[in-house]
Design a protein around this ligand. Structure first.
Ligand code: NDP
Length: 333
């Protein structure tokens, strides 16, 4: 059983020395448990918080434990009547090739309904995040301008496409020409600003892409991008505060948005954690799987093979090296 353990806590950017890869015997399920082999492992920005000393909204990983993470697996042995050998499941097995579980948080997957990996991307946690933040907090109306940062990524790509389906102008912000081209040409956003190339012109380029101002800013990154967006919010703008990835490696707090501007614009900024709402996704399930099947919502997965390559891939995620939802293929389907 190949496992990736948290060896030490990062100071700033994670490094290979923070992880340890070990090969251990495959565990035996106890009564009430099943054993699964991991097929897909999701790598997500929140994992940086789990590596830290300070507790975030969920508890951190203890030193010496396997890194946590969402997975798709297949049951190989079961002592739990709800699961039988061969079942495909979405679970939280973490960075390891085999894991035992009581199944309390496990959902069964129909392998015919959609590719298995999508349970961790467009039809999984990131897709639901996009949905909740945009629909429940942003409440988009036709004709409004929606700006989303990390626009080519797992969450941002779905936000912009949902905004288009609601008749909005969708403007992405992403790092690099390839990502921006993809966002406009493949995903159908109206425009995309390359914040890396724009440098000091970011404010101006964003104004050109969103000439009527910004009604909804789906915040994924914080930092310099946020500073360029906030002054361009329209009155009564909504800001679903989803993530602040540019700050996750910071050792000290940096100043946040200009509160005076938020007051003057009567903006609403709402933080949310998608897992609070997993039980309230009926509308997501009604619309998104069909839209994905029909090609109205497209998705892109960035696949890394082999669990031993997860640390390197994760380090890249925090620097924008991924292009699409970052997944590790741990084993064949
Ligand atoms: P992505 O697939 O978008 O990958 C992360 C992207 O973030 C990178 O590709 C990069 O894109 C961008 N990025 C990385 N470092 C920086 C930086 N220093 N400055 C600006 N951009 C950076 O990840 P997800 O879609 O999974 O996550 C997007 C955001 O959503 C994250 O902030 C995450 O924490 C948050 N999130 C929040 C949830 C919630 O419940 N609130 C649930 C899920 C995700 P680029 O090259 O374009 O800069």
């Amino acid at each position: 059983n190949r496992r990736v353990l948290l060896k030490s806590r990062p100071q700033g950017e994670p490094t290979p020395a923070n992880f340890e890869i070990v090969d251990q015997p495959i565990p035996e399920p106890k009564d009430g448990e099943y054993l699964s082999r991991t097929i897909w492992l999701s790598l997500d920005p929140y994992m940086r918080g789990r590596m830290a000393e300070a507790k975030g909204y969920a508890s951190n990983v203890n030193l010496g434990d396997a890194m946590v993470g969402g997975t798709v697996g297949q049951v190989v042995k079961s002592k739990n009547p709800r699961f039988k050998e061969g079942d495909y499941v979405v679970e939280y097995a973490g960075w390891q090739s085999y894991a035992c579980s009581t199944g309390d948080m496990t959902m069964k997957l129909d392998p015919e309904a959609a590719p298995l990996s999508t349970a961790l991307s467009v039809l999984g946690m990131p897709g639901m995040t996009a949905w909740w933040g945009l629909m429940e907090i942003g409440k988009p109306k036709a004709g409004e301008t929606v700006v989303v940062s990390a626009a080519s990524g797992a969450v941002g790509s779905v936000v912009g496409q949902l905004a288009k389906l609601r008749g909005c102008r969708a403007v992405g912000i992403a790092g690099g020409k390839d990502k921006c081209d993809y966002v406009v040409n493949e995903l159908g956003f109206d425009a995309c600003v390359d914040y890396r190339a724009a440098g000091g012109n970011l404010f101006k380029e964003l104004r050109a892409a969103a000439p009527k101002g910004i009604d909804i800013y789906f915040e994924n990154v914080g930092g310099a991008v946020q500073a360029a967006v906030v002054p361009q919010l329209n009155d009564f703008a909504r800001v679903p505060l989803c993530g602040l990835i540019s700050t996750y490696n910071d050792m000290q707090m940096n100043p946040g948005p200009d509160w005076r501007l938020l007051l003057i614009k009567r903006a609403t900024v709402t933080g949310f954690i998608v897992s609070d709402h997993f039980g309230q996704m009926a509308d997501f399930w009604k619309e998104v799987p069909t839209a994905v099947k029909a090609g109205k919502i497209k998705y892109r997965e960035d696949i890394v093979k082999g669990i031993e390559n997860a640390p390197e891939a994760f380090m890249g995620l925090l620097k924008g090296r991924n292009f699409g939802k970052l997944l590790v293929q741990v084993a064949d389907d």
